[in-house]
Ligand binder design. Structure first.
Ligand code: NAG
Ligand code: ZN
Ligand code: ZN
Length: 435
């Protein structure tokens, strides 16, 4: 869609909205069933959309890696200051926890991650990353903009909130440690439920995908050093060849999924790194291999078998092996499991906000997300927001050609705001029922 037409269209909508809003001082509380649609109209208005786009582009130009999101965090805080929202900072180095509403229970959280990836952007455009070797290629710049958009809308209606909305701006999702650290520092204290949204090119624009139960896999890494005894490549009998041992290890690891796993229970063992040797005629002393493991269940059993296979196969070939299950300090994240009740609420919200046909039942994905730490601590719900356009194709996450379809930002902002309002409203009516 041409952005100018789009804006013009929304400007008109916004003017209509303003007229209606000004004659209805209670706004959000007035007609409950129309609340979500109002959020979407407002999020699409230039006042909110252009502002979100500006924020997203500023963050995109200055990508920061995990736990280094100082400028991003500063930008978030200055926007929260401008809208008059309270927040805690720092929570987990650069993290920000904002609060909107009564300041009292119930508390419902919305989460955005802030970090970029250590890769070079190959998209040539006006707001290309200005930092060589760093890029927002997972849409986290868009996630921050969407959550700020929701914050703005919620703050403007803060008197109508029947509880508190907690805004989680989280560092270091890509290195899988940010959520854990935020939890440890109390970001979710008193919070009853948390919702997260991720932009994706795998879902059509304007639609959202999710499912109840397991959505994303438990995910982690391994690295092993297989040590033999190097020597002359033409006199192998005087060496202990780690290349043969490593080859054997790589093949044997494939049997963990093909022979030891229920074919209906998805798991992945990938060896993605093999390093060793420098010369045509020298057998090296050691080979280093590494890779990733994915599973929805039985993750620690799989880890244990990986370790066993590597060390025992090395022994078969007279080599020794040491296995590291947290290479570079990267621990495993649990699977992301969506709470049944929150999923029902989410679907209801989507129906009211975007219409029935905009919900897509997601298949589980073997990718990992550290949102899982939050969803393990309290009921959580993670969903994907579609960007894929019929006329334009968007690259997948972690591609150097990754782009965000900025027209999707209002959808994310409105979904965030609506689901929070609805959660608090449902909670209030529950309490009412009990009385
Ligand atoms: C393996 O470890 C054992 C015990 O430390 C040691 O005796 C042996 O020399 C090692 N073998 C290799 C190939 O490094
Ligand atoms: Zn990512
Ligand atoms: Zn991501």
């Amino acid at each position: 869609m041409a952005i100018n037409n789009f804006l013009l269209f929304n400007l008109t909508l916004h003017l209509l909205l303003l007229l209606r809003v000004s004659s209805d001082p209670s706004r959000i509380t007035g007609d409950v069933s129309r609340t979500p649609k109002k959020f979407l109209e407002y999020a699409k208005s230039p006042e909110v959309l252009d502002w979100m786009v500006r924020i997203r582009r500023r963050i995109h130009e200055n990508p920061e890696l995990g736990f280094e999101e100082f400028e991003t965090s500063k930008l978030i805080r200055s926007e929260l200051d401008l809208m008059g929202a309270k927040y805690k900072y720092p929570v987990a180095v650069t993290g920000v926890v904002g609060y909107i509403g009564t300041g009292e229970a119930p508390f419902v959280a919305l989460r955005a991650d802030m970090d970029a990836l250590p890769m070079q952007e190959d998209v040539e455009w006006e707001h290309k990353s200005k930092v060589p070797g760093k890029m927002h290629a997972c849409g986290h710049d868009g996630h921050v903009a969407m959550l700020l958009g929701a914050a703005k809308m919620l703050q403007e209606h803060h008197q109508d909130l029947q509880g508190s909305v907690v805004l989680i701006f989280q560092p270091a999702e890509e290195v899988f440690a940010g959520a854990k650290k935020m939890l440890k520092e109390g970001a979710l204290n008193h919070v009853e439920a948390i919702f997260g949204i991720h932009l994706t090119n795998r879902v059509p624009f304007g639609k959202t995908a999710s499912r109840a139960g397991s959505l994303l896999a438990g995910s982690g890494f391994f690295e092993a050093v297989i040590t033999g005894k190097g020597g002359h490549a033409a006199i192998p009998q005087h060496t202990i060849d780690p290349v043969i041992a490593a080859s054997s290890v790589v093949l044997s690891l494939q049997h963990l999924v093909s022979r030891e796993t229920d074919p209906l229970d998805s798991k992945v063992v990938t060896v993605s790194k093999v390093h060793g040797g420098n010369a045509f005629n020298v057998i090296p002393d050691s080979i280093t291999i590494g890779g990733t493991l994915r599973a929805f269940s039985g993750y620690s059993k799989l880890q244990q078998r990986v370790k066993e296979v590597i060390t025992k196969q090395a022994t078969v070939h007279r080599c020794n092996a040491s296995v590291n299950l947290t290479p570079e300090g990267k621990g495993a994240v649990p699977p992301t499991v969506n709470d049944m009740n929150l999923h029902k609420q989410f679907k209801k919200m989507v129906r009211e906000l975007l219409g029935e046909e905009s919900f897509v039942e997601a298949s589980p994905v073997m990718g990992g997300e550290d949102f899982s730490y939050f969803a393990e601590a309290i009921p959580g719900h993670f969903s994907f927001l579609g960007m894929q356009d019929e006329t334009e194709s968007y690259a997948s996450g972690h591609s150097s050609l990754y782009r965000v379809n900025e027209a999707a930002l209002p959808y994310g902002a409105a979904m965030h705001a609506s689901v929070a309002v609805q959660y608090l409203k449902d909670k209030a009516s529950e309490v009412h029922d009990e009385l």
